[in-house]
Design a protein around this ligand. Structure first.
Ligand code: NAP
Length: 343
């Protein structure tokens, strides 16, 4: 069976996902698109020989489009409305991060899904599909290093855009660590504190860069996450988990090494899209396959809610300089681990 997919938002990542479904992945077909920019939607509808139908907005796409599922890839503030409309229409929905721009908005989506009685939403936290993080998780689950005690990680970008602000280091950048680290060690967060070292001369005047976020988990693991979005030298994601019996580290992306002019070196990627291109493929393929089986297994609306609550506390800690508590609602039964055999 081919899954008929509508795309709500044909900006950069929307077009990327259309390309991967049309060219790289199996089992999915783009049948409908919409975007605030009608011309962009029309161009996307005709890309890759698709001939998809173009709709005025998300509501008309959901009501009239020939779709089994939708991808929400519009800009962040529009996500909540589109996801709620998809749940209301009983359609499966893959939503790029953020699920909603506020924790309350994420909670409204969780509540709508609970009322529907079945998981329909997968959130685009693609790092869970990165082979390096998957290997890291396997090693931790197999207790290769005993109990995890500390995590040291870094999220470095070559340079930030002129519109980037200090809080976006949390909401746009650290958000990926916020999701993947709690998945990695199957633990939740308890408190956070943010410190700023001396500011790089490469940062714009209105922002602080770099910054160090210290998060304590409920299980007592201490996470130190460096965010440095004007590091100049490359796009560099580091993660090291220190356990009672050893250390596991995220592998470097594979690359040739070279010897030249008395130097032994390896190239470092500059673009996040190149670093996680396979993870994006895997997450969307998993969405298509899981919808086909009638049971989603990727990041949930609850994960989107937890990320939003954690990000809010991190932003508060940025501003206060104090240790801030991270407090979640009780996890609803719908989001307890389920295996495919329980579908
Ligand atoms: P984008 O290129 O700006 O496209 C998003 C869409 O939203 C476009 O249709 C754009 O219309 C529209 N839009 C942008 N600003 C708007 C505004 N102020 N008012 C109304 N519409 C607006 O963004 P993108 O890079 O594709 O990102 C889309 C979503 O995916 C974001 O939530 C982003 O955080 C997420 N994302 C996730 C990852 C990941 O690693 N998982 C990576 C990239 C993006 P115009 O074309 O007219 O501007």
């Amino acid at each position: 069976m081919v899954l008929k997919i509508g795309v709500i938002g044909t900006g950069a990542i929307g077009r990327d996902h259309i390309w991967r479904i049309a060219s790289n992945l199996s089992g999915g077909q783009i049948t409908a698109v919409t975007d605030v920019n009608r011309e962009a939607a029309e161009a996307a509808a005709q890309s890759f020989g698709l001939n998809a139908s173009v709709y005025a907005d998300d509501h008309s796409l959901l009501a009239e489009g020939d779709v089994d599922a939708v991808l929400v890839t519009s800009w962040g503030p529009a996500h909540e409305g589109s996801v709620l409309a998809a749940i209301e229409a009983g359609k499966y929905v893959f939503c790029e991060k953020p699920l909603a721009t506020t924790a309350e908005g994420c909670r409204r989506i969780v509540d709508a899904e609970i009322r529907h009685g079945k998981r329909l939403v997968q959130v685009g936290f693609m790092r869970r599909y990165d082979s390096g993080y998957v290997q890291l998780k396997q090693a931790i689950d197999e207790r290769l290093i005993g109990e995890p005690l500390m995590i040291r990680c870094a999220h470095r970008n070559p340079e930030s855009s002129p519109t980037y602000t200090t809080d976006m280091a949390i909401t746009d950048t650290l958000i990926h660590e916020i999701d993947v680290l709690r998945w990695l060690i199957a633990d939740d967060y308890k408190s956070v504190q943010v410190s700023y070292p001396r500011k790089t001369r490469h940062a714009l005047s209105h922002m602080r860069d770099p910054q160090v976020v210290m998060i304590e988990t409920q299980g007592g693991v201490l996470i130190t996450a460096e965010i440095f979005v004007n590091c100049r030298y490359g796009y560099d994601i580091q993660c090291e988990v220190i356990g009672e019996d050893g250390i596991v580290k995220l592998p470097e992306p594979s690359s040739i090494s070279f010897r030249k002019e008395a130097t032994y070196g390896t190239r470092i990627l500059m673009d996040w899209k190149d670093r996680f291109i396979e993870a994006y493929d895997r997450e969307i393929q998993d969405f298509i396959d899981s919808v086909g089986r009638g049971m989603l297994q990727g990041p949930t609306a609850w994960d989107g809610y937890v990320a939003a609550v954690t990000a809010d506390a991190c932003v508060k800690a940025q501003e206060s300089g104090e240790r801030e508590e991270i407090v979640f609602d009780t996890k609803p039964a719908l989001y307890e681990e389920r295996t495919l055999s329980q579908a």
